[in-house]
Design a protein around this ligand. Structure first.
Ligand code: NAI
Ligand code: MG
Length: 355
């Protein structure tokens, strides 16, 4: 099979980590007989330097014409003085919108070999941890009606949380589809004891769940979910929630992991189209020095294989190679805890060689 991937290397460490992820992807292609075509496009600071715009129209068109997008990270001090809507980071919002990316997937994984980097006690994450937060990305309070008004207590401001059945249906379907490719459990997080929008959310998620009889559905209030994530995270597999709750819970979950250099993410549209990127930014402080950990980006391409291309064995293969890499004692500087470390390129080479 041929797969078309639009690639935004981006700024700072972006090009360094993307290069290593592509090395790994090519190794998968070789082993399994797939051809990955890379359409290199500009967005962010590099695009501003070359074209004056952070998200050129060409970039959007080529992304739309590809099966998936791989993105490093954008931004950096060079462009910090630009006005908000001209900054490199604006390209991310523009891409999300143009590509209809309504589902944000943030796995929180603790590899057994790195368990001591987690702030949680060893017995809580014994044997590793692998959960995913599925966050609705284009609705809810961040995009609802907002404004100001006068009240008895002085000037007031408001933001409205609103969800339609259609919006909840499509995000729920993403979560259940994902559960089918994983461990067949979905936890829907809401505040249905207080919020009308959450009652609709809970009802629609349950309706969608009827199409997935093999998947166990559990509902949890968001305050309880926040506690359970640090008390007993292993009870979860897929968590699905609204934009604002997902923003907070995915950051909480990411901290269980230890290093930002290990965290992948995906944003999906309908029809399995997705944009895959590490959670971290362009890390200008270590850019160009072969110090960046490319594992977040390497695990992002594993997600691309699993969720857009439906190549789960190939995805497993990458995750296994990362585990073997860690088990053999290799570490990048961010996870070496003062011990000996290896560089970005050597990490990519080693992980590719373990496939
Ligand atoms: P950052 O994630 O780039 O860096 C935070 C800290 O983590 C730094 O000390 C950095 O060296 C370290 N770090 C990040 N990724 C690493 C990796 N792969 N390996 C080893 N260490 C790593 O966040 P920061 O400093 O707040 O932002 C830097 C620039 O990146 C800003 O311009 C920001 O707007 C942009 N940014 C872009 C994002 C994106 O493109 N999705 C996301 C977050 C920030
Ligand atoms: Mg956030």
């Amino acid at each position: 099979m041929n797969y078309d991937i639009a690639v935004v290397k981006g700024d700072g460490i972006g090009p360094e980590v993307v290069t290593e992820a592509i090395k790994v992807l090519d190794k998968i292609g070789e082993k399994y007989g797939h051809t990955f075509h890379y359409n290199y496009v500009l967005a962010g600071g590099a695009a501003i330097d070359a074209t004056g715009k952070c998200l050129p129209t060409d970039t959007v068109d080529i992304c739309k014409g590809s099966h998936a997008v791989l993105l490093g990270a954008v931004g950096g001090p060079k462009w910090d003085d630009l006005p908000g809507d001209e900054r490199p980071e604006r390209a991310l919002l523009g891409l999300r919108k143009a590509l209809g990316l309504f589902a944000n997937l943030r796995p929180a994984m603790v590899f057994d070999e790195l368990a001591d980097a987690s702030p949680l006690k060893a017995e809580i994450i014994d044997g590793g941890l692998d959960i995913v937060v599925v966050r609705e990305l284009t609705g809810g309070i961040y995009f609802g009606e907002k404004g100001t008004k006068k009240t008895d207590m002085g000037p007031a401001a408001y933001d409205i949380e609103q969800y339609s059945e259609g919006e909840v249906k499509r995000i729920a379907a993403v979560a259940f589809d994902m559960a089918m490719k994983r461990n067949k459990k979905v936890t829907s997080v809401d505040k249905a004891n207080v919020l009308e929008s959450s009652r609709l959310w809970r009802r629609v998620v349950a309706e969608v769940g009827k199409n997935y009889p093999e998947v166990e559905l559990e509902n949890l209030y968001v305050d309880n979910a926040a506690m359970q994530l640090v008390r007993n995270p292993k009870q979860f597999d897929v968590l699905v929630t609204s934009n604002i709750f997902g923003d907070i819970l995915s950051d909480e979950a990411s901290q269980i992991t230890g290093s930002i250099g290990m965290l992948p993410s995906a944003s999906l549209a309908t029809g399995n189209f997705g944009m895959y990127e590490p959670v971290h930014g362009s890390a200008p402080d270590i850019a160009g020095q072969n110090l960046a950990n490319p594992i977040a980006t390497i695990l992002s391409v594993a997600m691309m294989l699993r969720y857009t291309f439906e190549l789960s064995q190939e995805a497993d293969d990458i995750e296994e190679a990362v585990k073997k890499f860690l088990a053999a004692g290799y570490r990048t500087p961010d996870i070496c805890a003062g011990k000996e470390s290896i560089g970005t390129k050597e990490t990519g080479d080693k992980i590719a060689s373990l496939i």
